[in-house]
Design a protein around this ligand. Sequence first.
Ligand code: PSV
Ligand code: MN
Ligand code: MN
Length: 388
Amino acid sequence: MTILSPDILSTLEAQGIELPSWAFGNSGTRFKVFATPGTPRDPFEKIADAAEVNRVTALAPSVALHIPWDKVGSYDDLRRHAEDLGVRLGTINSNTFQDDDYKFGALTHVDPKIRQKAIDHHFECIDIMDATGSRDLKIWLAEGSNYPGQADMRARQDRLHESLATIYERLSGEQRLVLEYKFFEPAFYHTDVPDWGTSYAQVAALGERAMVCLDTGHHAPGTNIEFIVMQLLRLGKLGSFDFNSRFYADDDLIVGAADPFQLFRIIFEVIRGGGLNSPDVAFMLDQCHNIEKKIPGQIRSVLNVQEMTARALLVDRAALAAAQEAGDVLAANAVFMDAFYTDVRPALASWRESRGLPADPMAAYAASGYQERIEADRVGGVQAGWGA
Ligand code: PSV
Ligand code: MN
Ligand code: MN
C-alpha cells in the first residue's frame, strides 16, 4: 500500500522543472573556478546533459538559456537538437551584467544610448524566443549603487519603467516578461529591483503578461519566503521560481539542501494558491555546481523538489482548516508537521519503477556510463559564463 494516493500521483506525474543551461558549465566563487572533467563545450552539449537528467527522472522537460552565454548560429538547430533528446528550450535569460558599458546601470543608466543598448539586447533575446519557441523572457538586473548619494534612486525607477515598457511592447502572442529581484549583490548600497514589492510595482505597471520571478536565494536571512509566495499568487503575479538554497547569501546550492522544511513550506503555499502545475507559474532551478558533479547535482535537485512536493501534497488540508478555524494552534501545527515528517522516498521509488523509470535515478545515472563517456570525450569544457 502506497502512502501516495492516485490523485497525488497524477499531480506528481504532471510536474516539470526547468533546468538552467549554466548549471552544466563550470562556475565558482570570485576566488576560483574549478574545471570539472566532462564539462560541456557548447550549448548543444549542455542540452544533452540536461536531457540525461530528464531521462532518469522524467521531471525536467525543458532547459533555460542565458544570452549571450548560449548564443548559437542556428536556434532552429538547437531547438531540433533539444527535441530529438526529448526536451524543450525554455526561458530566455537576458544578461546586462558583464559589459563595461553597464558599470553604472543598463536599463536604469542616465545615458539614453546605454539604455538603448540594453533594450536592444532584450530585443535580441525576444528574437531568440521567437526562434526557440520560448514563452518567457527573464530579466535580472545587476543595477544599483554602492554609496549613499551616488545615484538618484527615484529617477532610476522612472527610467527602469520606461525601459521595461519598451521591452514589454515588443513581446507578442503568449510571450511574457518575468522580472527577478535580489536584495543585494553586485550593488551593495541600493539595488534597483531589490524585493518582490518593487518587482511587483514595476510589472503591474506593464500589463498582464509581466510577472514576478522569485529566486529563493535572493532574500535577507530570516525572510518568510512562503508569505511572499502566498501574496504573489493572491495577486496573480507569481510568474516563476528560481529554486536553489542558501546558507548565507546567494549561494546557489542544491535546492532543499540547506532547509528542506522551507522548501516544503514554499511548495505548500504554491499548492494552497493553485500554482502547482499551473502554466502561469514556472518551476526552474538556478544553481551552480562548483565542487560536485553537475549532472548528478541537477538530478538530486529535481528529486528534492519532487520529494517536498509529495510531502506538501500529503498535508490533510481539511483537518488543517478545521484546526485553524477552531483556533487549535497545536493541532494545526501537528497536521502540517505530520506531512513534513513523512518519508515519501520508498513510495516515490516504487512509483517510478511502475512507470518504467529507475527507482533510484542517482544510481541509474552513475551506472549508465554517460559520465565516463563525457569525461573521456570532452576536453576543455567551458565556464558557465561568469568570468568568461
Ligand atoms: C542572479 O543572481 C541570478 O539569480 C539571475 O537569475 C541570473 O540570471 C542568474 O543568477 C545567473 O547569473
Ligand atoms: Mn536567479
Ligand atoms: Mn542569484
